[in-house]
Ligand binder design. Structure first.
Ligand code: HEC
Length: 159
C-alpha cells in the first residue's frame, strides 16, 4: 500500500513538472512577464485582504484578538514571498500595467530588508494581539501598518 502511494506521488510530481515546463515553454517573454506581474499583484492583494480587518479594528471596529492574530500571522508568512515575486525584472514591456518602479530590480537586498521588516512587525503585532488586549495590540499597529507604506513610498509609482 505504502509503495503504491509513493509511486502515485512520484508520478503526480513528475506529471505536474512536465505540465509546468510545457506551459512555461509555450509562453512568450512578454506573457511570462505579464504572469509575473499578475502573481505579484495577487500576493499584494492578499496582503491587503488580511490587513483590512486589522486596520478596521485600529480605526475603532470591535477588537477580535483571534482574527487580528490570525491575519497578522498570515501576512508574516506571505511576506516571505515578497522578494521572490519582486525578483523578475518586467520593465522591458511597456504594455504591462504595473506600479512597480524599476529601481526594484537593482535593489534586491533592500527589498529583502523591507520584506523582513514586514515579517517582524506583523509577528510583533500578532504576539501583542494574542494577549487579547486591544490597547497592547494597537500600540504595535502603527509600526506594522506603516511597513507597507515604507516600501510603497520608495518602490511604487506615487498615485
Ligand atoms: C518590499 C516592498 C513592499 C512591501 C513591504 C509591501 N508592498 Fe505592496 N506593493 C509593492 C510593489 C512594488 C507594488 C506594485 C506591484 C505592481 O504594480 O506590479 C505593490 C502593490 C500593492 C498593491 C496593489 C496591487 C495591485 O493589484 O495592483 C496593494 C493592494 C498592496 N501593495 C498592498 C500592500 C500591503 C497591504 C502591504 C503590507 C501588509 C504591502 N503592500 C507591503 C511593494 C511592497
Amino acid at each position: 500500500m505504502k509503495k503504491i502511494v509513493v509511486m502515485l506521488c512520484t508520478l503526480m510530481i513528475a506529471a505536474s513538472g512536465t505540465f509546468y515546463t510545457a506551459v512555461a515553454q509555450e509562453m512568450t517573454p512578454e506573457e511570462r512577464a505579464a504572469a509575473a506581474v499578475d502573481t505579484r499583484k495577487s500576493l499584494f492583494k492578499m496582503l491587503l485582504f488580511n490587513l483590512g480587518p486589522i486596520a478596521g479594528m485600529a480605526r475603532g471596529a470591535e477588537f477580535d484578538a483571534e482574527v487580528a492574530e490570525r491575519n497578522a500571522r498570515r501576512i508574516a508568512v506571505m511576506a516571505t514571498m515578497i522578494p521572490e515575486v519582486l525578483a523578475t525584472d518586467t520593465s522591458a514591456f511597456d504594455d504591462i500595467e504595473t506600479t512597480a518602479l524599476d529601481s526594484i530590480w537593482s535593489n534586491q537586498d533592500d527589498i529583502a530588508v523591507k520584506a523582513q521588516a514586514l515579517i517582524d512587525n506583523a509577528n510583533a503585532f500578532a504576539d501583542a494581539a494574542a494577549t487579547g488586549e486591544r490597547s497592547a495590540a494597537l500600540r504595535t499597529f502603527q509600526a506594522f501598518g506603516s511597513t507597507c507604506g515604507n516600501c510603497h513610498d520608495e518602490y511604487r509609482v506615487d498615485d
